[in-house]
Design a binder for this molecule. Structure first.
Ligand SMILES: NC(=O)c1ccc[n+]([C@@H]2O[C@H](COP(=O)([O-])OP(=O)(O)OC[C@H]3O[C@@H](n4cnc5c(N)ncnc54)[C@H](OP(=O)(O)O)[C@@H]3O)[C@@H](O)[C@H]2O)c1
Length: 277
């Protein structure tokens, strides 16, 4: 597994991590497949994808509880990230939300706590003051944002007195390249990690048809990889980017982990960029 620095910290994180949307439920809790989720996360960690991304919103908190069970006896060396929902961005609400997340995760400290989406109704300065307090109190090691524009990243950073934002989690895949215009160059210049969510287009890449997918399949065939591996590898060939595909299926997890062990050539990257422009 290759690693990349987290922002400008001394921390390195695996280039392929583990998304958890749907593990423990979606908008509400669902315990019916907890064992499948736990097994998937454990296999993912065994395959060196020791970076788990969850959120208080996923399964209305139950995803964090499933992550806790997957982590039992194997917390060491795993980078655990969660996200706070925008309705908890007021100062006291955020401190309370972080404590609830930690309780569900069975942890004293998270590695990364991220603002899930911007919330224009609450001053960002208040929200970032709460984030900084969480770092000062040792409840999270690092601060991240998600779905933030360049302007919002700048405002968030300016609101911090002594901490740095280390990451922005945004959608990025061959079929959603909107981050390439401004967010990715800004992250690369300012030393933030771009955590690519939905790197397989929420499952649309596995099912995709048409001329661009023919190019993808041709490259995959030549390299003896699957189209999903090549698509994920394309995401990772961008400087400062790590990805968090979600996979419950064991074969998918094995494929995704393998992507952390090789690199797509420059020419293939360029061909894909053109085919999916
Ligand atoms: N910050 C945000 O606002 C935000 C928004 C969306 C997502 N996220 C995060 O990003 C994670 C990933 O995004 P996502 O779940 O939306 O979509 P995704 O990772 O692009 O796609 C997930 C789908 O792809 C399938 N899959 C995974 N690996 C595969 C492979 N090697 N071959 C074929 N199919 C494969 C999965 O199937 P199986 O499950 O059956 O293996 C699942 O159906 C989420 O779980 C969540 O943690 C964050």
């Amino acid at each position: 597994m290759q690693f990349r620095p987290l922002g400008r910290t001394q921390e390195s994180i695996p280039v392929v991590g583990l998304g958890t949307w749907g593990i423990g439920g979606e908008m509400g809790p669902d315990s019916s497949r907890d064992d499948v989720g736990i097994q998937a996360l454990r296999l993912g960690m065994d395959l060196e994808m020791k970076f788990i991304d969850t959120a208080e919103m996923y399964g209305a908190g139950h995803s964090e509880e499933v992550v806790a069970r997957a982590l039992e006896g194997r917390r060491e060396g795993v980078f655990v990230a969660s996200k706070v929902s925008p309705r908890h961005f007021a100062y006291d609400d955020m401190l309370a939300a972080a404590k609830r997340s930690l309780k569900r995760l069975g942890l004293k400290q998270m590695d990364l706590y991220q603002l899930h989406w911007p919330n224009p109704k609450i001053p960002l300065s208040e929200t970032m003051r709460a984030m900084e307090k969480l770092v000062d109190d040792g409840l999270t090691r690092y601060i991240g944002v998600s779905n933030f524009s360049v302007e919002q990243m700048k405002e968030a950073q300016q609101s911090l007195s002594h901490e740095k934002i280390v990451s922005n989690q945004v959608e990025f895949s061959l079929i959603d390249r909107s981050a390439e215009a401004r967010i990715l160059p800004y992250c690369q210049k300012e030393g933030l990690t771009l955590i690519a969510y939905s790197p397989l287009g929420q499952g649309k890449i596995p099912r995709g048809k048409g001329a661009s997918f023919k190019v993808l399949d041709e490259i995959a065939g030549r390299l003896s990889k699957s189209r999903n591996q090549v698509a994920l590898s394309w995401v990772l060939q961008h400087e400062s980017v790590v990805a968090i595909p979600k996979a419950a299926d064991a074969d998918h997890l094995k494929e995704n982990a393998d992507v952390g062990n090789w690199k797509l050539g420059v020419e293939d990257c360029q061909r894909l960029a053109k085919a999916f422009a």
